[in-house]
Design a protein around this ligand. Structure first.
Ligand SMILES: [Zn+2]
Length: 334
């Protein structure tokens, strides 16, 4: 039995048809975790959908109404990049409920993982990039509303910048000006000293995003700390940047909860990513986040976010390894 909970429902599945987003991955991860005896069925807890009141903690009433009533404009539907349906709305509400439940369990057990979620491209007033609503932002705001936490930190390791999350916690509703390209980028830990540390936006939620600079989204609203990584970097450079980002972030800000977005798309065989991490390197990444959270005594809630490997089995392995890494760091009950 794991010393933490895995949050999952078969209804996490996003009904989007044949799509680069492998919506069936959630069920395959669940099944593989059981078949490989990484987890047992009693480790799983089943979420209920977020309420509209929860969703409104991070989204505008106008946007929520459009989603519920099916009145998105053609342009808004295009931006979403997944086909709108009432069933899809239900799946996203359930994923948000799963992130709320995972945050709650993380506060009790030190760590919890939702086998879903991480829809970080959803803004207060619109969705984009396969993300309808921002489950992590909703979970943080719900924990705050319930007086369970005052502060949180997002650690977004998806290969794409967490633009929606940055916008929500900066109180912005539209992307700001594009970031200037970073000249003469050299990868080493001192790089962090040159990154954009947005003290002005540090309020109750500190947002960290490690992402490929030359990738979607074109306009990257500033996170509290953005690491704009160059194309093609591998395990060692990435892990150095991550360690530096976490130590700088945690020296600036002491959160009561870390929300870790364990995207599988920094993988070198990802179709939508341009970094060069290996499957082993991605597991080391997860381990590093868990070790630091544990050492700092900060609970960590995990969501999966993106993953578009040429071979979907690799995406499933990377996500399962996140559970293995948590099990190794946080121990196993006898
Ligand atoms: Zn991504």
């Amino acid at each position: 039995m794991l010393p933490f909970k895995l949050v999952y429902s078969d209804n996490y599945y996003l009904p989007i048809g044949s799509h680069v987003f492998p919506a069936e991955k959630y069920r395959h991860i669940h099944d593989r975790l059981l078949a490989s005896e990484i987890a047992e069925s009693s480790d799983f807890v089943v979420p209920v959908p977020a309420t509209d009141r929860d969703v409104l903690l991070a989204h505008t009433p106008q946007y929520v109404e459009k989603l519920k009533m099916g009145t998105l404009s053609a342009r808004e539907q295009l931006e979403l990049e997944v086909p709108y349906s009432p069933e899809l709305v239900r799946a996203f509400w359930l994923n948000a409920g799963g992130s709320i439940l995972a945050a709650d369990h993380a506060l009790n057990d030190g760590v919890a993982i939702s086998i879903g979620g991480g829809f970080h491209h959803a803004f207060p007033d619109h969705g984009e990039g396969f993300c309808m609503i921002n489950d992590v932002a909703i979970a943080i705001r719900r924990m705050q509303r319930d007086d369970k936490i005052r502060t949180a930190m997002t650690v977004d390791c998806d290969v794409h910048q967490g633009n929606g999350t940055a916008a929500i916690f900066a109180g912005m509703s539209i992307p700001s000006e594009p970031l200037a390209p970073v000249p003469n980028f050299t990868v080493n830990p001192s790089r962090v000293a040159q990154t954009r540390l947005r003290g002005a936006h540090v309020e109750d939620v500190f947002t960290i995003s490690l992402h490929q600079q030359n990738n979607y989204p074109v306009f990257k609203p500033p996170s509290s700390l953005d690491l704009n990584l160059p194309d093609g970097i591998g395990d060692a450079e990435y892990l150095g940047c991550l360690g530096s980002a976490l130590s700088l972030g945690l020296s600036e800000f002491k959160p009561e909860l870390i929300c870790y977005l364990a995207g599988a798309d920094p993988y070198r065989e990802d179709q939508l990513g341009g970094l060069s991490l290996t499957i082993e390197g991605l597991k080391e990444r997860d381990t590093l986040v868990f070790q630091i959270a544990k050492a700092e005594g900060i609970p960590v809630m995990v969501t999966l976010a993106g993953g578009y490997a040429l071979n979907v089995e690799d995406t499933i392995t990377i996500h399962c390894n996140t559970v293995v890494a948590a099990k190794e760091v946080f121990g196993e009950k006898g």
